[in-house]
Design a protein around this ligand. Structure first.
Ligand code: KIV
Ligand code: NA
Length: 275
């Protein structure tokens, strides 16, 4: 299993880091079999698995429940779990307790949290407590209400400079990696070159140290639309719906189960039963 220091080395060696989200036993298992370097149990699970329209309703219990399942499927992959909405804003103490639960109760190897500013002291405290932290800047979905929607961040020079400064502060605070979401590729490249920790992009172009995507987006599983920055490698949804339709129709038309799906009794037992 790769460790935080391996990800730093990968950046030094110009070896791309692959991260994919997973939310349960089968997706964790598939991510590991697919050879990703690290799994993110993202709070995006609120949207793609639980059907909320943002990540705001996701709870610590949700994150623990799903991380445990992923862990059972991916025993040999580095797992980062998102601290959900408000789990790291009340106090350093609360942040440590919540992150500790994700590691001790759920088995995450690291936690991810969004933002800089007041979050920086939390990153430092977690790192000092032995909890590896992945930062997350750019489009930070837990702040969608403040950002006014899911939009590209850092498009003007002033906002870009703030993101560059924040990325450096996240590194200084002790993070081992930084997710950078939905920013112009030129800015992402500049940020990746200006810090030593790996920058994992999503909607951040090619010139960063790795990429992360959402499992359901990559597979076209249960999602109707995907954002511009997603590459959908397959669309499994139609296969799944067709399979369910075929099952429904075969049951209705007495085509399932066939003899090969059925159990039988011995002749003598039948005689006793029927007389
Ligand atoms: O929750 C998530 O899936 C994420 C990624 C999109 C980076 O935070
Ligand atoms: Na997230």
């Amino acid at each position: 299993m790769k460790q935080t220091t391996d990800f730093l080395k990968m950046k030094e060696n110009n070896e791309k880091i692959v991260m994919l989200t997973a939310y349960d036993y089968p997706s964790g298992k598939q991510a590991e079999q697919g050879g990703v370097d690290m799994i993110l149990v993202g709070d995006s699970l609120g949207m793609v698995v639980l059907g909320y329209d943002s990540t705001i309703p996701v709870t610590m219990e949700d994150m623990i429940h799903h991380t445990k399942a992923v862990k059972r499927g991916a025993k040999d992959t580095f797992i980062v779990t998102d601290l959900p909405f408000l789990a790291y804003h009340l106090s350093v103490r609360d942040t440590l307790i919540n992150a500790g639960r994700l590691m001790q109760d759920a088995g995450a190897h690291a936690v991810k949290l969004e933002g800089a500013d007041s979050v920086l002291e939390k990153i430092t405290a977690l790192t000092q407590a032995g909890i590896p932290v992945c930062g997350h800047l750019g489009l930070t979905p837990q702040s969608v209400g403040v950002l006014g929607g899911y939009k590209v961040q850092g498009k003007d020079a002033h906002a870009a400079q703030k993101l560059l400064d924040d990325a450096q502060k996240v590194e200084e605070a002790g993070a081992f990696a930084l997710v950078l979401e939905c920013v112009p590729k030129q800015l992402a490249e500049k940020i990746a070159k200006s810090i030593a920790i790996p920058v994992i992009g999503i909607g951040a172009g090619l010139y960063v140290d790795g990429q992360v995507l959402v499992y359901h987006d990559v597979l076209g599983y249960g999602v109707d639309r995907v954002p511009k920055f997603v590459k959908q490698y397959h669309s499994v949804n139609p296969f799944m719906i067709e399979s369910i339709q075929a099952y429904t129709s075969e049951v209705k038309n007495n085509q399932f189960p066939e003899d090969k799906h059925s159990f039988t009794m011995k002749e003598e037992e039948l005689k006793v039963l029927y007389g």
